[in-house]
Design a protein around this ligand. Structure first.
Ligand SMILES: Cc1cc2nc3c(=O)[nH]c(=O)nc-3n(C[C@H](O)[C@H](O)[C@H](O)COP(=O)(O)OP(=O)(O)OC[C@H]3O[C@@H](n4cnc5c(N)ncnc54)[C@H](O)[C@@H]3O)c2cc1C
Length: 370
C-alpha cells in the first residue's frame, strides 16, 4: 500500500516507521528542516502505552537511554492540603517489570534519535515540501500536520474547540529536597502544574495559570521568577537555579467531529489537542499511530483499504473522548476552590489514598488508555 504522511512531528514520524513495518511504502512530507524539527523545547511524559508501541516498532532500545524513569507520581491537592502517590505496584503486573510508573523525555533527544532511525528505513521516502504533487498516487493520506492543520482546513473538516482562559509556562530548574525518581502533579486553584524529573537535581516545571497572572510571571526577571516558584512548589522543595528561559504557550481544547475525510486520516494533534495536565498529549497521539498500524496490518483490509479511515475513526473514539473528558475535568476540579466542592474533593482523595483498586484503575487508564 502507498501511503503519504503530511507532517514529520513526533506523530507523523512514528506513523511512518510503524506503517513501513506493516509493509507500506511511505512518502513523508515535512515543510521544516530536520534542525527545526529537533530544536523544539518541549518535555513529554511517556506512559506504558507509548513504551509498548516503541517496543513493537524497534525504537524502545534506541530511545530508552534518553528517557528518565520515575517510580513515584505524587498527586497533591493544595486546597485540601492532602497527597497520595501512584506507585509501581499500582500498575498492571505486566507493566511492573519495567520498574517505572512512567518516563520523562526531552524533545530534542528523542526527535533526533527518531529521525536517525527513519533515515535507515528504505520504505520511507522523506520529501521536504508542504504540497503533495499528486494525491492519486496514494491509497491513504495521513494528515499529521498539527493542531493548525492546513489539510483539515482545505477539506473543511469541522472540529469542536475552545481556548482555556489559561496559559502554560514551562521552565527547567534545579531543585533541592526532591528525589530524582519522583514526579508531581499538583492541583492548585490557579491551575494544575507538574514537576517532572530530568535526571539528577534537574526538573521541568509545566505550570498552568490565568493568562493575566501568566503574562505577569513571564515579565519577571529570573530571580523574581525563582521566588515565585518557591511560593508554589510543595513544602520542603526549594528551587535553586533556573536553567533556561521560561517559555509560555496558550492552552486550547480541540477535537474533530470526524477523524477522517475520504482517504485522508487525521492523526495526533491534527485530530485532538488537550490541556497538558496529566501528560496525556503525546501518548494519545502515539495510540492513534498504534491503532492505525494495527488496522493496516490486517490482511483482509489490505485489499479493502477504503474502509480503513472509517474503522480507524470509530476505533479511536472512546479513548480520545474519555481522555479529553478526563483532562478537562481535572482542570476544572483543580480550579474549583469553592467551599461547596470541598466535601466531594475530600471524598475523592480519601478513596484514592485508601483504595489500591481505585488507584490501579485510574493509573491503568492514564498509562494504557481505553
Ligand atoms: C509550544 C508547544 C509546547 C508544547 N509542550 C509540550 C510539553 O511540554 N509536553 C507535552 O507532552 N506536549 C507538549 N506539546 C504538545 C506536543 O508537542 C504534541 O503533543 C506533539 O508534538 C505531537 O504533535 P504532532 O506530531 O501531532 O504535531 P506537531 O508536533 O505540531 O507536528 C506537525 C508537523 O507537521 C508539519 N507540517 C505542518 N503543515 C505541513 C504541511 N502542509 N506540509 C508538511 N508538513 C507540515 C509541521 O512542520 C510539524 O513538524 C506542546 C505543543 C506546543 C505547540
Amino acid at each position: 500500500m502507498n501511503v503519504a504522511i503530511i507532517g514529520s512531528g513526533l506523530t507523523g514520524s512514528l506513523a511512518a516507521i510503524s506503517l513501513a513495518n506493516a509493509g507500506c511504502r511511505v512518502d513523508l512530507y515535512e515543510r521544516l528542516s530536520d534542525e527545526e524539527l529537533i530544536n523544539r523545547d518541549r518535555t513529554y511524559a511517556i506512559t506504558h502505552s507509548s513504551r509498548k508501541l516503541l517496543q513493537k516498532i524497534g525504537l524502545w532500545s534506541v530511545l530508552v537511554s534518553h528517557l528518565v524513569p520515575f517510580q513515584y507520581l505524587n498527586v497533591i491537592d493544595y486546597e485540601l492540603n492532602k497527597k497520595f502517590q501512584f506507585l509501581i505496584n499500582d500498575l498492571k503486573t505486566i507493566d511492573q517489570k519495567y520498574a517505572a510508573v512512567g518516563w520523562i523525555a526531552e524533545h530534542k533527544n528523542i526527535m533526533l534519535a527518531i529521525l536517525e532511525f527513519i533515515s535507515d528505513i528504505d520504505k520511507i521516502n522523506k520529501i521536504p515540501t508542504s504540497v503533495i504533487p499528486n494525491t492519486n498516487n496514494y491509497e491513504i493520506i495521513i494528515a499529521a500536520d498539527g493542531s493548525t492543520s492546513n489539510t483539515k482546513k482545505k477539506l473543511k473538516t469541522p472540529s469542536f474547540n475552545f481556548n482555556y482562559d489559561q496559559m502554560c509556562i514551562t521552565t527547567k530548574v534545579l531543585l533541592r529536597g526532591v528525589k530524582s525518581n519522583e514526579a508531581f502533579e499538583i492541583l492548585n486553584s490557579e491551575g494544575p502544574f507538574a514537576v517532572l524529573p530530568l535526571g539528577g537535581d534537574l526538573f521541568q516545571i509545566i505550570c498552568s495559570q490565568s493568562i493575566k497572572k501568566g503574562n505577569y510571571n513571564m515579565s519577571l526577571s529570573k530571580s523574581m521568577f525563582l521566588d515565585y516558584l518557591s511560593t508554589i512548589l510543595p513544602y520542603g522543595i526549594e528551587p535553586d537555579t533556573i536553567i533556561d528561559e521560561p517559555q509560555s504557550f496558550p492552552i486550547n481544547f480541540l477535537i474533530n467531529y470526524s477523524f477522517f475525510s475520504g482517504k485522508y486520516i487525521y492523526l495526533g494533534e491534527t485530530a485532538h489537542k488537550f490541556h497538558p495536565v496529566g501528560g496525556q498529549g503525546l501518548n494519545l497521539c502515539w495510540r492513534d499511530v498504534d491503532c492505525l498500524s494495527r488496522l493496516i496490518s490486517i490482511p483482509l483490509l489490505k485489499n479493502n483499504h477504503s474502509i480503513i479511515p472509517l474503522l480507524y475513526s470509530v476505533s479511536r473514539l472512546i479513548d480520545v473522548i474519555s481522555i479529553s473528558l478526563f483532562t478537562d475535568i481535572l482542570v476544572r476540579y483543580s480550579r474549583s476552590n469553592f467551599n461547596i466542592f470541598l466535601i466531594p474533593r475530600l471524598f475523592i482523595f480519601f478513596v484514592l489514598k485508601k483504595s489500591a483498586l481505585t488507584r490501579k484503575f485510574i493509573l491503568n487508564i492514564m498509562t494504557n488508555g481505553i
